[in-house]
Design a protein around this ligand. Sequence first.
Ligand code: 3H9
Length: 689
Amino acid sequence: MQIIEKHVGRALVIHFDNPPVNALAVGGGLVQDIERRVARAQTDNSVESIILTGGSSVFSAGADIADFEGAPERIDAIRVLMQTVENSKKPIVAAIGGLCLGGGLELAVAAHYRVASSTAKFAFPEISLGLLPGGGGTQRSPRLAGAAKAIDLMLSGKAISAAEALEIGLIDRVADGDVLDFALAVAATGLAGLARKSGQLPVPADLADAIEEAGHRPRLTDAGQKIIDCVRAIADEDLEAGLKLEADHFGELMLSETSRALRHAFFGRRMVARIPGGTRAGSRPVSRVTVVGGGLMGTGIAIALLNADLAVSVVEPRPDALAKCRAGIDTSLRRDADKGRISSEVSERRLAALSVTQTLDEAVESDLYIEAVFEDMGAKRDVFEALDRVAPPDAILASNTSTLDLDAIAQFTARPASVVGLHFFSPANIMRLLEVVRGAKTAPETLASAMTFAKRIGKTGVVAGVCDGFIGNRVFEEYLRQAWFLLEEGASPQQVDRALEAFGMAMGPCRVMDLAGQDIGWNIRKRRAVEQPGRPYSKVPDLICELGRFGQKTGAGFYQYPDGRTPQIDPLVEDLIVAHSREIHLDRRVIADGEIVERCIFAMINEGAKLVGEGIAYRPVDVDIVYLDGYGFPASRGGPMFYADQIGLSRLLEKMQQFEGGHHGWAWEPAPLILDLAKKNQTFGDLNR
Ligand code: 3H9
């Protein structure tokens, strides 16, 4: 972290440098240092104008998010900086190269003139952290860009280009060539008549209409409401009062559980990319990938890879399946172009990067091979033996298995160190999560390469050790186990779904399994009955399956789907469940929604803790990110392990002990890690490093 100051003619250039993203850190003192220098320049007679710059690639990614873990007053240093900048007697130019986000944009907006490189990008991403622009952004940007445009930026968090920022008046000029040289040239020709104090500009003419329109937006969060509140204050209050309201609202949001959860997820997504004790240095670059298997999963994977501009070969021996795969890829890429998500040139270029063949021998040599064939050990053996024969010696060999033993698969080759699991979630081109499975013999370099590859294709890669279900499905199994027990004890499918959806799960378990296919769970339960006879499930979902009701694809599951998609309550299912409770001599009782949530979510937490204790997941945050990015866990709760810390592990244990005394209490044996942490008065968060 440093500031380089230089005098160029009568201009003072203050170049701040805080790698990697020029976060405006209060803790590290950068903010205070910039402020001191701007204040000092006021009395330096050799200085006529001041240029603030962060260099050519990042102006600033905003406030240092780590600073928000302290007391809200700490952040005041940012506001002091903004005030000093705006009140400067000498004109201040923001020379913006590259990213200009959040507090960085607020700094630019507090300056008196803004020039940006043509590649610069502007956004207020605070909303995605459950926050609002708290450094004057809600007060100054509407005065510059108009209320509707500014509100849209703040509520959506979306980025705009330099050209768009110029068009809406957020910046003043787009630089030809180097942005600092351009800013210096502007300063040298004089800023008289150009420099403006944004905070003193008139109330934007569209304010009332924009506030009215914004108030009707669906799903406004607390942060969204507060943004609108602050902008409304522009009409009613002077700048100082507006800034005070903004600071108060920011302080409240910063301390809210939602924002803390979203910040946990922000750092968590980056933390899971770090392999403990590992390094990215040895990563092998991946530019060409062969996908073996052109079914639904293989097709989705191929689309995801093409969308990341990789060259892809798909190998599928069955001609009709190969044709279907090719058509699926074509449709997806062309649809993206039709919908304007990509240009038709990009779509054509990506399609040209695809080749399909019926045999592996015909496929182009690749850096990475991803097996996506049927979940059967014999089929995997055939593929991996063939891969061992044809793949170049330094290629990575990956299996997309979700249930089979990766270590056994690796043994089908003479190079188990190059074998890794890449567990995509369906549809693979949409779902953000990628479980990267580390086998007993997977080399650190193979694992690091797989994680780099995950980032390259825009996925959140989370490392999991080998076990049945890895992180995601192993935890999900315990969640479902409780959901199905609750049905036989007295709850209805719609009550279980409603309770968990009210907690924030994207979809309740009955609807999820109807969507995924009830037969998938049925197969797992049949296998488990043999493998783990001491850990039974409720028979309820099996009874549903025995009627041929596999969910949406058969028009019925826990619910009926007359239009193929919308669930409708089916009295037959209710009767079937009640009859089953009677048959197993269980007196059905009224179950509170709170119990449904606690049992399902605490079961998730307990299994997550077991995974961390066993070393399958590196850290509790790895479980959180799997759940946030792959299983629809509510972002505002930060993932199951973060949520557990909010409840408190001692309270969690107490509740689990109560459940231990109830129906199928054996399922509540606490994870040793929870006992250990609770004894030491520690949290899961303490293990996240
Ligand atoms: C704000 O500004 C509030 C204001 O209104 C003022 C209030 C008074 N702080 O993502 P990457 C780290 S709120 C701290 O892997 P990329 C990140 O953790 C802020 N650290 O790279 C990572 O660290 P590590 C509003 C930050 O190229 C490293 O930088 N701003 C921050 O894929 C590289 O990040 C935002 O919400 C930060 N602000 O993406 C922007 N930003 O290497 C958040 C990044 O140790 N940031 N780091 O894991 C982003 O969206 C992306 O990081 C960015 C780069 C697009 C900048």
